[in-house]
Design a binder for this molecule. Structure first.
Ligand SMILES: NC(=O)c1ccc[n+]([C@@H]2O[C@H](COP(=O)([O-])OP(=O)(O)OC[C@H]3O[C@@H](n4cnc5c(N)ncnc54)[C@H](O)[C@@H]3O)[C@@H](O)[C@H]2O)c1
Length: 337
C-alpha cells in the first residue's frame, strides 16, 4: 500500500525489529525513522541499516511541531507507524510529565501534521496512521477465571504509563471520526526478544543473574503477563498496517501466560545450562516490595486478528525464551571481564 513510511521511535526495542523486518520484506519501501534517542533508544539496534538504501534517520522529538511539519513537507509520507513513547511503568510512577509530553502531545502533533499533509495531497482517507498500543490500556484481570481483554473491553488504565497510552489511543480514534483519517490501532501483550532495554523484566533477570546479584521479583511473584516474541509482533503489525480495517482495533497476544516467578525460574534453568555455576541461579531470586498499582494479570483475546487477517505467532515460548537468553549471554560475554 505505502512506499514511504514514517516510523517513530525506531531506535527502540520493538520498532528497531520492525524496521529490520520491513526492510527485508519490502526492500523498495523508503523508511524514515524519527527517534529522540532518549535513554531507551539505541543506535546500536539499527547499526546494520544505518547506511542502507531507502533509509533515513532523523534524531528529533515527535512533540516538536516545527520538525514534524518539516518532515511531512520534505518527504511524501504515505503511512505512519507510531511506536515512539516513554514505555517504562516504573518511571511513569515516579514522574509522569515526560509520558504526557511524548505519548500524548507527541501523538497529537503527529496526527495534526499527517492530517494536514494528507489533506493537501487529497489522500486524507487513504493514507494510514497506525497507532502501536498496549494491552495495559484495558486495566487488570483477576488471576483465576478473569477472562481476557477483547477489542470491546472498555479502557481502564491503572498507571500513568497506561493512562498516557490510553489518551494517545483516544486522540487517534478521534482523528478517524472527526476528519475521516484512515487510522488503525493495535494493542499487544508484553514483547520479549533481543535488544530490549536493560531496565525491563527479562533483561533485568538475566543481567542480575550473570553478575551474581539478587534477582528482584515484585510482590509475591504471581502477577501474570502474556509473552509475545517481538518478530511475531512485527508480523502482526505488518498485517494490520496493510490489511486492517480503518477505525478498528486489533489485539495481538502471545498465548504464553506466565507468572513472573515462573518466568524467572525458566530463565534461571536456561542460564544454569548455558553458564553453569556452583549453585542454581534460582538461589538469587529475591522478593521485593510490590510496585504501586501493580496490575495482577494481562491477557488478550486475539481471535479477531487470527480469524480476519490470518495472523498467528510462529515462535513458541520455549524457542523464543532460549533465543532471547542466548542473545543476552552473548552480549554479556563480549563485555564481561
Ligand atoms: N515493550 C512491550 O512489551 C510493549 C507492549 C505493547 C506495546 N508497546 C508499545 O510499543 C511501543 C514501543 O515500545 P518499546 O518497548 O519498543 O519501547 P522502547 O522504550 O524500547 O523504545 C521507545 C523509543 O521511542 C523513542 N522516543 C521516546 N520518546 C520520544 C519522543 N518524544 N520523540 C521521538 N522518539 C521518542 C525512544 O528514544 C526509544 O527509542 C510503545 O509505544 C509501547 O507503548 C510495548
Amino acid at each position: 500500500m505505502s512506499k514511504s513510511l514514517l516510523v517513530t521511535g525506531g531506535a527502540g526495542f520493538i520498532a528497531s525489529h520492525f524496521i529490520h523486518y520491513i526492510k527485508q520484506k519490502y526492500p523498495d519501501y523508503h523508511i524514515i525513522n524519527i527517534d529522540k534517542l532518549t535513554y531507551a533508544g539505541s543506535e546500536t539496534n539499527l547499526k546494520h541499516i544505518t547506511y542502507s538504501e531507502n533509509y533515513d534517520f532523523i534524531e528529533g522529538d515527535i512533540a516538536d511541531e516545527q520538525l514534524i511539519n518539516d518532515i511531512f513537507s520534505t518527504y511524501d509520507i504515505e503511512g505512519v507507524i507510531h511506536f515512539a513513547a516513554e514505555s517504562h511503568v516504573d518511571r511513569s510512577i515516579k514522574d509522569v510529565k515526560a509520558f504526557i509530553q511524548s505519548n500524548v502531545l507527541g501523538t497529537a502533533v503527529l496526527l495534526q501534521a499527517a492530517r494536514d499533509a494528507w489533506n493537501k495531497a487529497g489522500e486524507l482517507h487513504t493514507r494510514r496512521f497506525h497507532q502501536v498500543s498496549t494491552d495495559e490500556v484495558y486495566g487488570s484481570l483477576e488471576l483465576d477465571g478473569g477472562g481476557k481483554f477483547n477489542e470491546q473491553t472498555p479502557y481502564d488504565p491503572r498507571n500513568p504509563y497506561s493512562a498516557s497510552k490510553s489518551g494517545a489511543d483516544m486522540l487517534v480514534k478521534s482523528f478517524g471520526h472527526t476528519y475521516g483519517m484512515n487510522v488503525v490501532t493495535s494493542s499487544s501483550s508484553n514483547n520479549y526478544g533481543p535488544g530490549q532495554h536493560a531496565e525491563k523484566l527479562i533483561p533485568t533477570i538475566i543481567s542480575n543473574a550473570l553478575q551474581g546479584n539478587s534477582i528482584p521479583i515484585y510482590g509475591d511473584g504471581k502477577n501474570v503477563r502474556d509473552w509475545l516474541y517481538v518478530t511475531d509482533h512485527c508480523h502482526a503489525l505488518d498485517m494490520i498496517f496493510h490489511h486492517g480495517n480503518a477505525l478498528e482495533k486489533y489485539n495481538v497476544g502471545g498465548g504464553n501466560e506466565k507468572t513472573n516467578i515462573e518466568l524467572a525460574m525458566t530463565i534461571c534453568d536456561i542460564l544454569d545450562h548455558l553458564r553453569p555455576g556452583h549453585d542454581s541461579y534460582k538461589e538469587l531470586i529475591t522478593f521485593i516490595g510490590d510496585r504501586k498499582g501493580h496490575d495482577r494479570r494481562y491477557a488478550v483475546d486475539d481471535s479477531k486478528i487470527k480469524t480476519t487477517l490470518g495472523w498467528k505467532p510462529f515462535t513458541t515460548f520455549e524457542t523464543g525464551i532460549h533465543k532471547t537468553v542466548e542473545w543476552y549471554v552473548e552480549q554479556w560475554e563480549k563485555i564481561a571481564p
